[in-house]
Design a protein around this ligand. Structure first.
Ligand code: FES
Length: 642
């Protein structure tokens, strides 16, 4: 409960923004938008604060405020405490939620059918052997005869239990040592970090055999950030939390963020935003699973090369400049306190190794969760269709990789009604003969927007039923009354505003379709070119693994229909969800997986598409539904009689 203000006094009010839990002081009668800006929060303000775009929406959970109605906000939502921050004046201490940063629904792939079938065939291992261990020792009491230092006596006992060649000790552990070894007559619990033959004492406590040692696995996605809290002894995922990456408001893709980071102070701002988001996710996961943040001793991160640089506050500009050299590909461990993470300050932080400027740790970690790197003969293709699309072809003997700028259209940004796979997202949709949409919404609420799998379905259905042509243009006579016209041009009505959560029509515009087609074209043409470079054709691919933030219900059939995925037998495809997160989880689970990711990174041959003139030709050819060369999609040609 926030303290109440002193009546009559013109002091500022405390405004607490959730889910980031950032509090700022705001002068009376200032707007919530000003307070959000002062807090460095990335609210979208497409209309520049005029109250017309409806993008700066907040939900006021506690406190008094004054707001004005707007045609962009239905009165039903006003009554529920929603308000446009640009039209809302501060009259009290407030607790304010930012609805756009709601929880993304994570498919529980760890208990999925894919895992049941592939647990023993994926490249990584599920055996639990993290580099963090808890060791119980019983120190003999010091005496005049046995008067070695506490640290020496601890070391002697630890050497009896582990093959320690060298032992280091964290300063924070050293400060606790004298009491820890005396409080329970020498019975002591030590938390150790192992790196080769060198071990480091991260923490000591008086005997605590039931003490939990935890790790976290985190996917630093360009658009979304997702975290698993993991019990390092059982491997159990204790909690999961996720959020939209707050850097989105400073640039939707890595290129625009690299550009943004060039201005003074902006790199630090991007760094602070991502650290703030990760700390917020740690808070949430810890709270939900009743674990102490101090018991988190290991943090395994994966992300593309730009995200890794921004996370570490490293200048990203050389990633973009020829010859495209990042500051690092592989890093040693370092301590969480260096980054200000809300774990145990001595926790060891690991980032999955990158291959190059545009193929990062999200891919090397992600491959651990596929069978691709296990088989010496079968050739597989792996595609992570995130904002940055990354592809790998090969097997245990050889690997080729490339990346393309796909854009965030399938991840919830860049389309008018797009959203991540969170509550309220349409994840499945089909069209009846009348054009009426039949859909399935995550959380069974009124629809708020469409996530990636919904967009794939919708575009495929519009194309299949003839509402759009091969160029992505609407067929106006066929669409009839469902085709609306507004400032952005023609738009196909998915659902009327009276039935949607935000009270606005859900539509797909021609501009959205162009965006979706550009995204699918970037991915498919990168696929085609990568295979050409490898001297292969699609029919030589034995298995096709698809990852990305589409949502749980990606229809492979529809993805082929729009030309996002190649026209192969459907049983060759597996949709794996967020493999970057799952790879980070595997690295958290076993140090063998960390070493395997390094092997994978070293084995990859990176193809730079930026400098390849044929990429643009392939891309242009793919800017049609499903493709200009319809022969590449025989099943679509047959189904549509093209
Ligand atoms: S900024 Fe557009 S409605 Fe507030």
């Amino acid at each position: 409960m926030l303290p109440s203000k002193t009546p009559g006094k013109k002091e500022g009010f405390r405004i607490r923004f959730l889910p980031f839990d950032v509090t700022v002081e705001a002068p009376p009668d200032s707007t919530l938008l000003e307070a959000a800006r002062a807090a460095g929060l990335p609210l979208n303000t497409a209309c520049g604060g005029k109250g017309t775009c409806g993008k700066c929406l907040v939900q006021i959970m506690d406190g008094e405020y004054e707001t004005r109605p707007s045609s962009s906000l239905p009165s039903r939502l006003l009554k529920e405490g929603y308000a446009l921050s640009c039209l809302t004046r501060v009259k009290d201490h407030l607790t304010v939620g930012l609805p756009q940063f709601q929880e993304i629904i994570i498919r529980n792939v760890l208990s999925s059918r894919f895992l049941e079938e592939h647990k023993n065939t994926i490249s990584g291992t599920f055996e639990i052997d993290p580099p963090i261990e808890k060791v119980e020792v019983d120190l003999p009491p010091p005496s005049l005869e046995n008067n070695g230092s506490d640290l020496r006596r601890l070391e002697r006992e630890l050497r009896k239990k582990r093959p320690i060649r060298e032992l280091d000790c964290e300063y924070s552990a050293l400060r606790k040592l004298a009491h820890a070894v005396r409080e329970k007559e020498g019975k002591t619990t030590a938390v150790l970090f192992r790196s080769g033959a060198t071990w480091t004492v991260l923490d000591v406590e008086p005997a605590a055999p039931g003490k939990r040692i935890c790790g976290l696995a985190c996917d630093l996605g360009t658009t979304t950030v997702v975290l698993h809290l993991v019990d390092l002894e059982s491997g159990e995922v204790l909690g999961t939390s996720s959020t939209l990456n707050p850097q989105v408001a400073r640039g939707e893709d890595v290129i625009s963020r690299i550009h943004y980071a060039r201005k003074p102070g902006h790199l630090k701002e991007l760094h602070d935003l991502i650290i703030g988001a990760v700390n917020h996710l740690i808070d949430k996961a810890v709270l939900a699973s009743r674990v102490s943040a101090g018991d988190i001793y290991y943090a395994s991160f994966s992300g593309n090369t730009t995200m890794a640089h921004l996370f570490l506050d490293l200048e990203p500009r050389f990633i973009r400049e020829e010859p495209y050299v990042p500051t690092f590909n592989e890093l040693p461990f370092f301590a969480a306190r260096d980054l200000g993470l809300k774990t145990n300050p001595a926790a060891r932080v690991h980032l999955a190794p990158a291959v190059g400027s545009y193929v990062g740790g999200d891919i090397t970690a992600g491959l651990l969760f596929t069978p691709l790197y296990r088989d010496p003969e079968k050739i597989s293709l792996f595609i992570d269709a995130g904002t940055n699309g990354e592809l790998v072809v090969g097997n245990r003997e050889w690997l080729m990789t490339c990346a393309c700028s796909a854009g965030p259209a399938f991840e919830g940004s860049g389309t008018r009604c797009g959203m991540p796979a969170a509550e309220g997202a349409i994840e499945k949709i089909s069209l009846e003969d009348s054009g009426r949409a039949v859909y399935q919404v995550i959380g069974n609420t009124r629809p708020k927007g469409l996530c990636g799998s919904g967009w794939v379905d919708l575009l495929a259905e519009l194309f299949f039923h003839g509402y759009v042509d091969r160029q992505g243009k609407f067929n106006a006579p066929k669409a009839g009354e469902r085709l609306l016209h507004d400032a952005e041009g023609p738009a196909f009505l998915i659902e009327e505003g009276k039935n949607t959560f935000w009270g606005k029509d859900l539509v797909i515009t021609e501009r959205d379709i162009a965006n979706l087609i550009r995204t699918k074209a970037a991915i498919f043409s990168a696929c085609l070119l990568l295979l050409k470079k490898a001297g292969l054709t699609f029919d030589k691919i034995d298995a096709f693994y698809v990852a990305g933030g589409f949502g749980q219900n990606l229809s492979i059939h529809n993805a082929i229909l729009i030309g996002l995925l190649p026209d192969l037998e459907r049983n060759k495809f597996s949709y794996l969800g967020n493999t970057s997160l799952l790879g980070a989880y595997l690295i958290c689970l076993s140090d063998e997986n960390r070493r395997l990711a390094i092997d994978i990174a070293e084995k990859m041959t990176y193809i730079e598409l930026n400098t390849d003139s044929s990429y643009m030709n392939e891309y242009t050819g793919a800017l049609f539904l499903p493709h200009t060369q319809i022969d590449l999609f025989p099943s679509v040609r047959q189904a549509l009689h093209l």
